[in-house]
Design a protein around this ligand. Structure first.
Ligand code: C2E
Ligand code: MG
Ligand code: MG
Ligand code: MG
Length: 289
């Protein structure tokens, strides 16, 4: 029975595969023109100090408003953009647009931009792009934070170190994103001059009821304090998770409990008001995710 089932699923898999493949090829063709057709949009999710509800930073998150398929999430199109190299011009647009938008916010609110490992590979081009964006928009360098994942550290540690160091010398923030999902060597924290660590949402999810998760978060709080790094807990969705995180000493959180990602326009209207945690955030008109 096991054999028959697996044989059946192989056929199913192939049919499925070709459908998926076909769809990918179509999306790929659409992706080539998405930029010139202005189909990309940045939405922004506040990162909040839970003690007063104030926004300390907003993370720019890329959306593709596809003319027929509607909004396509980054998990679908970023891998395509990376495979084709399109991520480089798209990524440059993201940095420029995020810097421009942040000039409309109070100067104590930073903006965070995600970088693909592909952008990270050409360090000199990246620095040039970033400095150009800052110069063109007039955003102060210290207000920009670039988020990278561990994968960029593994590929070429030496290159990554010199790039991160160069960015930090320019006062640009560099955050280690999704910490805890990869290899998460503590050695990385020692070796690379990150300004911020973002603890992946798996820890927030398990924070309530798991002493082991709590112990890890407590440890990370201590380590980032000692290393003078900022810490953000990602994916805080419930009041209980917030309560646990706060009690463990986490003083910056990001998640649906405070806000979903918002359109630039909506964010501008709300960014200066402290945010109250709301367990079931209403999908307001400006909420796009
Ligand atoms: P990320 O950098 O870790 O961003 C956080 C993701 O978690 C976002 O998903 C956000 O909408 C989602 N999120 C926020 N709060 C919560 C919560 O409380 N619960 C849950 N379940 N999710 C929450 P999004 O926007 O779909 O982005 C996914 C990933 O795509 C990002 O993960 C980032 O790695 C990548 N990405 C997004 N924008 C860009 C970009 O401009 N360039 C590059 N290279 N990657 C991007
Ligand atoms: Mg991120
Ligand atoms: Mg993240
Ligand atoms: Mg994450």
């Amino acid at each position: 029975a096991a054999k028959r089932r697996s044989a059946g699923s192989v056929v199913g898999y192939e049919a499925q595969f070709s459908a998926v493949y076909h769809e990918r090829m179509e999306l790929l063709a659409d992706l080539q023109v998405a930029m010139e057709e202005n189909q990309f949009e940045l939405v922004y999710q506040p990162i909040v100090n839970p003690s007063d509800g104030r926004t300390v930073c907003c993370e720019a998150l890329l959306r593709w408003n596809h003319p027929r398929r509607g909004v396509i999430p980054p998990s679908v199109f970023i891998p395509l953009a990376e495979a084709t190299g399109l991520i480089v011009p798209i990524g440059a647009w993201v940095i420029r647009e995020a810097c421009r938008e942040a000039t409309f916010w109070r100067s104590d609110i930073n903006v965070a931009v995600n970088l693909s490992p592909v952008q990270f590979k050409d360090g000199e081009a990246l620095i040039e792009t970033v400095l150009q964006c800052l110069a063109a928009t007039g955003l102060a360098a210290y207000r920009l934070e670039l988020e990278v994942t561990e994968s960029v550290l593994i590929e070429d540690a030496e290159e990554a170190l010199s790039l991160i160091s160069a960015l930090r010398r320019q006062q640009i923030g560099v955050a280690l994103d999704d910490f805890g999902t990869g290899f998460s060597s503590l050695g990385y924290l020692h070796e690379f001059p990150f300004s911020k660590l973002k603890l992946d949402r798996v820890f927030s999810r398990n924070l309530v009821g798991s002493r082991r998760s709590a112990a890890i978060v407590r440890g990370v709080v201590q380590i980032t304090r000692d290393l003078r790094m900022e810490l953000v807990a990602e994916g805080i969705e419930t009041a209980e998770q917030l309560d646990s995180a706060s009690r463990l000493g986490v003083n910056a959180v990001q998640g649906y409990l405070f806000s979903r990602p918002l359109s630039a326009e909506r964010l501008r209207e709300t960014i200066n008001a402290p945010i109250q945690p709301t367990s079931r955030p209403p999908r307001r008109s400006g909420a796009v995710n």
